[in-house]
Write a protein that binds this ligand. Structure first.
Ligand SMILES: Nc1ncnc2c1ncn2[C@@H]1O[C@H](COP(=O)(O)OP(=O)(O)O)[C@@H](O)[C@H]1O
Ligand SMILES: [Mg+2]
Length: 304
């Protein structure tokens, strides 16, 4: 029998004199810091007021770990009395992050890397094209597409709606023979697990969605950040993306979907349950588990 960890997650206490630089990319306030004797810089992210973006980041990373999806390390953290999350940089030792929008603009004709909203050219087809053209060998491109597929399945499981073109990328390094790279670990899962919902007293609150059995509807109506076709007005839901894409690319999706076979509700409950008591409400926990269980059931129904 293996030992199962049930202790609350540790909380990093960030010291003011560790702060090194701000990070301009992305929508949230955040900064990089260097803790003494740590090899990598870490990025502290403040959650937007009234949201659970910080616990969403931590739970998402733990779920990714449970299904063996390559992910950035995340810890809960406090800076000057404010709660947030911190993620360890994977861009170190000469490696740099080449974002999805850079790869797309470099390889897909007419792709606008600056477009932030309704970037409907951010389709799976274009992402595959960019990866096929970025990696010089078929094996390299195949591996890259497999990693990305893992991320899409993770997104569908946790209800991550924010996989836009700066929320995935290629980690690359200059070598004597030219650039060498791989798909970067998955990062930025702040927009998942119903982190934006209020517990109570609003039209669409967690209590109501739970009591009225609307969790599935909430998941199905979510809009992700990857479009199905460039002519669509809205991106499809993370679940629908996996449903449709797995029908088109069964061989690519089969291994990623198979990783879900051993995932069970108790594991999800334990991952959520390790968030310290006063960091997440009971309703937020119940909702996050219910959402993942609905998504897991839907994903398991996909026949590839
Ligand atoms: N673990 C990480 N290692 C290296 N770079 C990262 C990591 N996490 C985020 N970044 C970089 O910082 C940017 C902003 O971080 P992100 O988590 O996406 O914040 P936001 O939620 O504001 O979009 C990312 O687009 C990426 O360039
Ligand atoms: Mg981001």
């Amino acid at each position: 029998m293996n030992r199962i960890e049930t202790e609350p997650y540790p909380i990093l206490q960030i010291q003011s004199d560790w702060v090194s630089q701000s990070e301009a990319l992305g929508s949230k306030q955040k900064f990089w810091y260097d803790e003494k004797n740590e090899q990598s810089p870490w990025l502290f992210k403040y959650p937007q007021a009234g949201t659970g973006q910080h616990w969403a980041e931590k739970i998402a990373a733990e779920v990714a770990d449970a299904i063996e999806v390559f992910h950035a390390r995340v810890e809960l953290a406090v800076f000057q009395g404010t709660r947030g999350s911190a993620t360890e940089s994977f861009a170190r030792e000469g490696r740099e992050l080449y974002h999805g929008n850079q790869a797309l603009a470099g390889h897909v004709l007419g792709y606008d890397p600056q477009r932030e909203f309704r970037q409907s050219d951010h389709t799976l087809e274009n992402i595959h094209l960019a990866l096929d053209r970025t990696f010089l060998t078929p094996d390299g491109a195949r591996w890259a597409k497999e990693r990305l597929t893992d991320y899409l399945v993770l997104d569908a499981l946790i209800g991550n709606t924010d996989r836009h073109h700066e929320n995935w990328g290629i980690l690359r390094k200059r070598t004597e023979g030219g650039w060498a790279g791989m798909v970067a670990p998955t990062f930025d899962h702040a927009s998942s697990l119903g982190r934006e919902l209020a517990d109570d007293n609003t039209g669409k609150c967690r209590r109501r969605l739970l009591v009225e059995s609307q969790v599935g509807r909430y998941s199905e109506r979510a809009r992700g950040a990857i479009f199905w076709t460039p002519t669509d007005v809205h991106a499809i839901s993370p679940l629908d993306l996996v449903r449709r894409a797995s029908a088109l690319h069964p061989d690519l999706f089969r291994p990623s979907l198979e990783r879900l076979q051993n995932l069970e509700r108790p594991t999800l409950e334990r991952i959520v349950g390790r968030v310290p008591v006063d960091w997440m409400s009971e309703l937020a926990r119940t909702f996050a588990v219910a959402l993942m269980c609905y998504n897991l059931d839907q994903l398991r129904r996909i026949v590839v």
